[in-house]
Design a protein around this ligand. Structure first.
Ligand code: ADP
Length: 436
């Protein structure tokens, strides 16, 4: 406790006491006064130490003679401890921020099944709040599969169950064992993922089914051709019959490839775009429509706008031809079909109206889904692949537009899309640079 300074001071006081004792011949009083001075000084220092100890993270006073080394050491180690605590708090806060921003619910359970900690997403996903810490999870979430997982009562560490908050939402929970009997439960919404997975399964099933039907017909004809002793005329007749299913298969594969390309391509870049003259395009599709109709329908073209579309010509051609082909396919003989290109507020509208069989209202919201048909048999007989409107939807999306349908059962339909002004060129100067 004593340092060099203390010893010097004590020595100085002792010499002074000796000197005064020698001068006055009162050694007793002299030493008594020196001792009193020493005690006073120690008392004063203790008071300062007491004051400093109330805020030990302030640098200690230089006047602390005896205690200076100790208080300095104490001050330094307290400062280091404080820095370490700050770093640990920063680390914890960063970790909490990560768990709070997680889209999935994260719940830490104690060994007895009480909630130790949880993040904000637990509120959205399971309606659990921070105030629920310390409560039993089983009492708050009444979902037997989930609770069985939380209690490790099942072999799997993954379980799927219906959300307790919304019956149409499916949740997936994963359990991770932690130290000291604790466990971490991660819960996420898998409704969209399930929907995509089942869409993919449906798609594969549909494609297989669509290809299988014409293939079965082809195989049937080939077996007849091989098994029977046929004359040349019958052989040629059978071979001719192979044309329809093979054409159908080719149409299906072509549409599938086009759809896949459209779905996987990013939006068209500037160098892919050109000014598409709808006058020429409508003439071309009307010709094809007339060839398909073979005079059974009257196809009228009304071109009332000279706006050109800034887009990809072959995609627009394919989309608009699909709509016209459908109008021909689903209209009875003698029906009138009008193809129209006209100016509207904020852009131009392409529309195809027919007087055909129409679409029941309940089918309208799903009609652009792949392979969705109102009447599968009618669509097949008329040569449809079930992918036409899905292709149209994607092409229009790539041109900042959307397919709209107005239809009345047995009274005809109008399929139209509004092309925004930003996607049009009205200068009729084809050499002008595209500004998109
Ligand atoms: P498809 O190749 O079967 O025609 P689409 O995707 O082009 O496939 O059309 C989907 C379904 O929408 C068709 O099967 C048909 O039921 C209905 N549909 C499309 N266009 C018309 C129309 N103009 N009139 C009536 N129904 C239509």
């Amino acid at each position: 406790m004593f340092n060099g300074q203390d010893l010097l001071l004590a020595l100085a006081l002792a010499i002074t006491a000796l000197f005064f004792g020698w001068l006055t011949d009162e050694f007793g009083w002299s030493f008594f006064l020196a001792l009193a001075a020493w005690t006073g000084m120690q008392f004063r220092e203790q008071r300062r130490l007491d004051i400093w100890s109330r805020h030990p993270l302030r640098r200690p006073d230089n006047d602390l003679l005896s205690w200076q080394a100790i208080s300095n050491r104490l001050f330094r180690s307290l400062k280091q401890a404080r820095n370490r605590t700050h770093n640990a708090i920063d680390g914890l806060q960063a970790l909490r921020m990560v768990t709070e921003t997680l889209p999935d619910a994260a719940i830490v359970l104690r060994a007895n099944g009480d909630i130790d900690d949880l993040n904000e997403a637990a509120g959205r996903v399971l309606n659990l709040q921070h105030k629920d810490r310390g409560q039993s999870l089983a009492a708050l979430v009444r979902q037997p599969e989930f609770i069985a997982l939380a209690r490790a009562k099942i072999d799997d560490d993954l379980v799927e169950f219906t959300s307790p908050l919304n019956e149409s939402v499916r949740l997936e929970a994963r359990r991770v064992q932690m130290a000291e009997g604790r466990s971490l439960l991660l819960v996420r919404d898998v409704t969209e993922l399930n929907r995509l997975l089942s869409m993919r399964q449906d798609f594969i099933a549909n494609v297989s089914h669509e290809l299988r039907t014409p293939l079965t017909v082809i195989v049937g004809y080939i077996e007849t051709l091989l098994s029977e002793d046929l004359d040349r005329a019958t052989t040629l007749e059978l071979i001719e019959k192979l044309r329809s299913p093979t054409t159908r298969m080719r149409a299906l594969v072509d549409d599938l490839l086009l759809l896949t390309r459209l779905e996987s391509s990013p939006n068209p870049g500037r160098d892919e775009l050109s000014f598409v003259d709808l006058r020429t395009l409508i003439k071309a599709i009307a010709n094809d429509g007339n060839a398909l109709s073979a005079g059974r329908h009257r196809i009228i073209s009304s071109i009332e706008s000279d706006a050109m579309v800034i887009g990809i010509e072959h995609e627009l051609l394919s989309a608009f031809l699909n709509l016209l082909t459908n109008a021909v396919r689903y209209s009875p003989d003698g029906g009138e079909i009008e193809v129209r290109w006209t100016d509207i507020d904020g852009g131009a509208r392409f529309s195809i109206s027919d007087q055909g069989i129409g679409i029941p209202a309940e089918h309208l919201s799903r009609i652009t889904e792949r392979f969705y048909r109102v009447d599968l048999a009618k669509s097949r007989v008329r040569g449809g692949t079930g992918l036409g409107l899905a292709i149209v939807k994607h092409v229009l999306k790539r041109h900042n537009s959307e397919l709209q349908i107005v239809s009345e059962l047995n009274n005809g339909s109008t399929f139209y899309c509004d092309i925004p002004e930003s996607q049009l060129n009205r200068t009729s100067d084809i050499s002008q640079e595209i500004n998109t």
